[in-house]
Design a protein around this ligand. Structure first.
Ligand SMILES: N[C@@H](CCC(=O)N[C@@H](CS)C(=O)NCC(=O)O)C(=O)O
Length: 219
């Protein structure tokens, strides 16, 4: 398998974690969004949506959309399970994952940020306000849900990682970069710290990827 990734991409981050947890053998191809490589003809041939990530299987089949890729990995690498055994549990985990990946993340992707600044002429501080607003709104919703639900355990659902944690850690990482105050989000913070203590999560962090610029590298 060949995984097309960009270090800062939250959707790539999600797939990196799942590949690590599943121990799925793959090679990585880096596509630099900052250099607009994803908009070039080479990458457009792989993913006409021109978004990261993509996972190209050994038979040439191209998978796109991080949640669809997570589902593929769950079906083809059953262990460790990243979805609960019960239908209601799976619905809850997919809902928590969608709160981040489907509701919040699309508001902050580079093409939206480009439209805000280049077309709508928002000033840098207005764009920052936009990003911080949607990140905080998402954190607030997640905190309320996780703090209320009896299914919340050491992780977002029970005591092992699921799609929910995989999606949530990207939101927290992004929000930290936006200097958001986490005091109102103790449950989210606790689960983030639990998840990031696992090597599969820690090794998937944006700041430790080989394509991260030296100024951002932690290791
Ligand atoms: N819903 C998609 C999001 C894909 C996406 O927008 N990825 C971003 C990086 S996280 C990207 O490649 N953006 C390019 C752009 O916006 O120009 C997924 O989960 O895979």
């Amino acid at each position: 398998m060949k995984f097309y990734s960009f270090w800062r991409s939250l959707a790539s981050f999600r797939v990196r974690i799942a590949l690590n947890l599943k121990n799925a053998v793959h090679e990585v191809a880096f596509v630099d969004i900052d250099k607009q490589q994803h908009l070039g003809a080479d990458y457009a041939r792989i993913n006409p949506q021109m978004a990261l990530p993509s996972l190209v299987l050994d038979d040439g089949t191209v998978l796109t959309q991080s949640l669809a890729i997570l589902e593929y990995l769950e079906e083809t690498y059953p262990l460790p399970r990243l979805l609960p055994v019960d239908a209601a549990g799976r619905a809850r985990v997919r809902a928590l994952a969608a709160m981040v990946a489907s509701d919040m993340h699309p508001l902050i992707v580079p093409r939206v940020q480009r439209y805000l600044t280049q077309e709508l002429k928002l000033a840098p501080e207005q764009k920052t306000a936009w990003l911080r607003h949607w990140a905080a709104e998402s954190l607030h919703a997640l905190e309320a849900r996780l703090a209320r639900d009896k299914e919340t355990g050491h992780f977002a659902h029970g005591d092992s990682p699921t799609f929910a944690d995989i999606c949530m850690v990207g939101l927290v990482t992004f929000s930290t970069a936006q200097n958001i105050d986490f005091t109102p989000y103790p449950t989210v913070t606790r689960i983030f710290e639990t998840a990031m203590a696992l090597p599969a999560f820690a090794q998937a962090r944006p700041q430790v990827q080989p394509d991260a610029p030296p100024s951002m590298r932690l290791a």
